[in-house]
Design a protein around this ligand. Structure first.
Ligand SMILES: CC(C)(COP(=O)(O)OP(=O)(O)OC[C@H]1O[C@@H](n2cnc3c(N)ncnc32)[C@H](O)[C@@H]1OP(=O)(O)O)[C@@H](O)C(=O)NCCC(=O)NCCS
Length: 162
Protein backbone atom coordinates (compact mmCIF):
# COMPACT_ATOMS: atom_id res chain seq x y z
CA UNK A 1 0.00 0.00 0.00
CA UNK A 2 1.47 3.36 -0.98
CA UNK A 3 0.19 5.54 1.88
CA UNK A 4 0.38 8.68 -0.25
CA UNK A 5 -1.74 11.66 0.73
CA UNK A 6 -2.57 15.16 -0.43
CA UNK A 7 -4.53 17.44 1.90
CA UNK A 8 -5.03 20.96 3.14
CA UNK A 9 -2.18 21.86 5.47
CA UNK A 10 -2.76 22.62 9.14
CA UNK A 11 -0.79 24.65 11.64
CA UNK A 12 0.83 21.38 12.77
CA UNK A 13 2.60 21.24 9.38
CA UNK A 14 4.38 24.57 9.87
CA UNK A 15 7.73 23.07 10.94
CA UNK A 16 7.76 20.62 8.01
CA UNK A 17 6.88 23.39 5.56
CA UNK A 18 9.65 25.66 6.88
CA UNK A 19 12.19 22.82 6.63
CA UNK A 20 11.13 22.02 3.03
CA UNK A 21 11.32 25.68 2.02
CA UNK A 22 14.75 26.07 3.62
CA UNK A 23 16.13 23.15 1.60
CA UNK A 24 14.98 24.77 -1.64
CA UNK A 25 16.46 28.07 -0.51
CA UNK A 26 19.81 26.46 0.39
CA UNK A 27 19.92 24.78 -3.03
CA UNK A 28 19.75 28.25 -4.65
CA UNK A 29 17.43 26.95 -7.37
CA UNK A 30 14.15 28.60 -6.55
CA UNK A 31 14.18 31.91 -4.69
CA UNK A 32 16.08 35.15 -4.19
CA UNK A 33 15.63 34.79 -0.45
CA UNK A 34 18.66 33.72 1.55
CA UNK A 35 17.32 33.94 5.12
CA UNK A 36 15.89 30.67 6.47
CA UNK A 37 12.21 30.75 7.27
CA UNK A 38 10.93 29.87 10.72
CA UNK A 39 7.81 27.85 11.58
CA UNK A 40 6.43 31.04 13.18
CA UNK A 41 6.61 32.79 9.80
CA UNK A 42 4.70 29.91 8.21
CA UNK A 43 2.04 30.09 10.94
CA UNK A 44 1.33 33.63 9.79
CA UNK A 45 0.09 32.18 6.46
CA UNK A 46 -2.64 30.36 8.39
CA UNK A 47 -3.44 33.50 10.40
CA UNK A 48 -3.85 35.35 7.11
CA UNK A 49 -6.03 32.63 5.58
CA UNK A 50 -3.75 31.74 2.68
CA UNK A 51 -4.43 28.34 1.09
CA UNK A 52 -1.70 25.77 1.74
CA UNK A 53 -1.69 22.15 0.61
CA UNK A 54 0.72 19.37 1.44
CA UNK A 55 1.46 15.99 -0.05
CA UNK A 56 3.52 13.15 1.24
CA UNK A 57 3.66 9.53 2.15
CA UNK A 58 3.22 7.53 5.33
CA UNK A 59 2.68 10.56 7.57
CA UNK A 60 5.76 12.36 6.20
CA UNK A 61 5.09 15.66 4.43
CA UNK A 62 7.33 15.90 1.34
CA UNK A 63 5.83 18.89 -0.47
CA UNK A 64 3.73 21.97 -0.07
CA UNK A 65 2.08 24.49 -2.37
CA UNK A 66 0.68 27.82 -1.20
CA UNK A 67 -0.86 30.92 -2.77
CA UNK A 68 -0.43 34.53 -1.74
CA UNK A 69 -1.95 37.84 -2.78
CA UNK A 70 -0.33 39.26 -5.92
CA UNK A 71 -1.09 42.95 -5.29
CA UNK A 72 -3.18 44.78 -2.71
CA UNK A 73 -5.33 46.60 -5.30
CA UNK A 74 -8.89 45.16 -5.43
CA UNK A 75 -8.74 44.67 -9.23
CA UNK A 76 -6.15 41.94 -8.62
CA UNK A 77 -8.15 40.07 -5.95
CA UNK A 78 -8.42 36.95 -8.12
CA UNK A 79 -4.74 36.86 -9.04
CA UNK A 80 -2.49 34.91 -6.68
CA UNK A 81 1.19 34.07 -6.65
CA UNK A 82 1.95 30.50 -5.81
CA UNK A 83 4.97 28.71 -4.51
CA UNK A 84 5.70 24.98 -4.52
CA UNK A 85 8.56 23.19 -2.80
CA UNK A 86 9.47 19.55 -2.35
CA UNK A 87 11.92 18.10 0.17
CA UNK A 88 15.13 16.92 -1.49
CA UNK A 89 14.45 13.22 -1.00
CA UNK A 90 10.92 13.56 -2.36
CA UNK A 91 11.65 15.33 -5.63
CA UNK A 92 10.70 13.77 -8.97
CA UNK A 93 8.10 11.46 -7.42
CA UNK A 94 4.93 13.38 -8.13
CA UNK A 95 4.58 15.12 -4.75
CA UNK A 96 5.00 18.60 -6.21
CA UNK A 97 2.41 17.89 -8.87
CA UNK A 98 -0.03 16.58 -6.26
CA UNK A 99 0.33 19.59 -3.95
CA UNK A 100 0.16 22.18 -6.74
CA UNK A 101 -2.74 20.32 -8.38
CA UNK A 102 -4.70 20.53 -5.12
CA UNK A 103 -3.89 24.23 -4.82
CA UNK A 104 -5.17 24.85 -8.37
CA UNK A 105 -8.45 23.09 -7.56
CA UNK A 106 -8.88 25.17 -4.42
CA UNK A 107 -8.08 28.41 -6.25
CA UNK A 108 -10.75 27.60 -8.86
CA UNK A 109 -13.29 26.85 -6.13
CA UNK A 110 -12.60 30.24 -4.54
CA UNK A 111 -13.34 31.97 -7.84
CA UNK A 112 -9.80 33.23 -8.34
CA UNK A 113 -9.00 33.64 -12.01
CA UNK A 114 -5.23 33.38 -12.26
CA UNK A 115 -2.23 31.77 -10.62
CA UNK A 116 1.22 32.98 -11.50
CA UNK A 117 4.81 32.63 -10.42
CA UNK A 118 8.38 33.28 -11.49
CA UNK A 119 10.95 30.56 -12.07
CA UNK A 120 14.70 30.72 -12.58
CA UNK A 121 15.38 29.71 -16.22
CA UNK A 122 17.66 26.81 -15.20
CA UNK A 123 15.02 25.28 -12.92
CA UNK A 124 13.98 22.59 -15.38
CA UNK A 125 11.97 20.56 -12.89
CA UNK A 126 9.83 23.55 -11.91
CA UNK A 127 9.27 24.57 -15.53
CA UNK A 128 8.30 20.98 -16.40
CA UNK A 129 5.98 20.73 -13.42
CA UNK A 130 4.23 23.96 -14.39
CA UNK A 131 3.94 22.91 -18.05
CA UNK A 132 2.48 19.57 -16.97
CA UNK A 133 -0.23 21.42 -15.00
CA UNK A 134 -1.14 23.78 -17.83
CA UNK A 135 0.86 26.89 -17.01
CA UNK A 136 1.95 29.11 -19.89
CA UNK A 137 5.37 30.73 -20.01
CA UNK A 138 4.61 34.41 -20.53
CA UNK A 139 8.15 35.69 -20.97
CA UNK A 140 11.37 36.44 -19.19
CA UNK A 141 12.14 39.21 -16.75
CA UNK A 142 15.80 40.00 -17.35
CA UNK A 143 18.07 40.70 -14.39
CA UNK A 144 15.13 40.54 -12.02
CA UNK A 145 17.27 40.30 -8.92
CA UNK A 146 20.64 39.23 -7.62
CA UNK A 147 21.35 35.94 -5.90
CA UNK A 148 24.73 35.63 -4.22
CA UNK A 149 25.80 38.71 -6.18
CA UNK A 150 24.84 37.25 -9.58
CA UNK A 151 22.09 38.78 -11.74
CA UNK A 152 19.27 36.31 -12.38
CA UNK A 153 16.51 36.30 -14.99
CA UNK A 154 13.12 34.81 -14.15
CA UNK A 155 10.54 33.10 -16.36
CA UNK A 156 6.99 34.29 -15.68
CA UNK A 157 4.34 31.54 -15.70
CA UNK A 158 0.58 31.92 -15.50
CA UNK A 159 -2.48 29.70 -15.55
CA UNK A 160 -5.96 31.04 -16.18
CA UNK A 161 -8.49 29.28 -13.96
CA UNK A 162 -11.75 30.36 -15.57
C1 LIG B 1 10.36 21.99 -8.78
C2 LIG B 1 9.66 20.99 -7.85
C3 LIG B 1 8.61 21.72 -7.03
C4 LIG B 1 8.98 19.92 -8.73
O1 LIG B 1 8.27 19.02 -7.90
P1 LIG B 1 8.50 17.46 -8.05
O2 LIG B 1 7.69 16.76 -7.03
O3 LIG B 1 9.97 17.19 -8.03
O4 LIG B 1 7.93 17.18 -9.51
P2 LIG B 1 6.95 16.00 -9.91
O5 LIG B 1 7.60 14.69 -9.60
O6 LIG B 1 5.59 16.26 -9.35
O7 LIG B 1 6.93 16.15 -11.48
C5 LIG B 1 6.00 16.99 -12.15
C6 LIG B 1 6.32 16.99 -13.64
O8 LIG B 1 7.58 17.59 -13.87
C7 LIG B 1 8.47 16.66 -14.48
N1 LIG B 1 9.76 16.78 -13.81
C8 LIG B 1 9.98 16.90 -12.49
N2 LIG B 1 11.31 16.98 -12.25
C9 LIG B 1 11.90 16.94 -13.45
C10 LIG B 1 13.26 17.00 -13.87
N3 LIG B 1 14.28 17.15 -13.00
N4 LIG B 1 13.53 16.93 -15.19
C11 LIG B 1 12.53 16.81 -16.09
N5 LIG B 1 11.22 16.75 -15.75
C12 LIG B 1 10.92 16.81 -14.46
C13 LIG B 1 7.88 15.30 -14.23
O9 LIG B 1 8.24 14.40 -15.25
C14 LIG B 1 6.41 15.61 -14.21
O10 LIG B 1 5.90 15.71 -15.54
P3 LIG B 1 4.73 14.75 -16.04
O11 LIG B 1 3.63 14.84 -15.04
O12 LIG B 1 4.38 15.31 -17.36
O13 LIG B 1 5.37 13.40 -16.07
C15 LIG B 1 10.70 20.28 -6.91
O14 LIG B 1 11.64 19.61 -7.67
C16 LIG B 1 11.39 21.25 -5.96
O15 LIG B 1 10.90 21.52 -4.89
N6 LIG B 1 12.55 21.78 -6.33
C17 LIG B 1 13.28 22.73 -5.49
C18 LIG B 1 12.46 23.98 -5.16
C19 LIG B 1 11.86 24.60 -6.39
O16 LIG B 1 12.49 24.69 -7.42
N7 LIG B 1 10.60 25.09 -6.26
C20 LIG B 1 9.92 25.76 -7.34
C21 LIG B 1 10.16 27.25 -7.25
S1 LIG B 1 9.60 28.09 -8.70
Amino acid sequence: MSGRFTRAATRADAASIAAIYNQGMEDRVATFETEPRTPEQILKWFDDGYPVFVSGENQTVHAYAAAFPYRSRPCYDGVREFSVYVAREGRGKGFGKAALGALIGDAKARGWWKLLSRIFPDNTSSRRLCAALGFREVGIYEKHGRLDGKWMDTVIVEKLLT
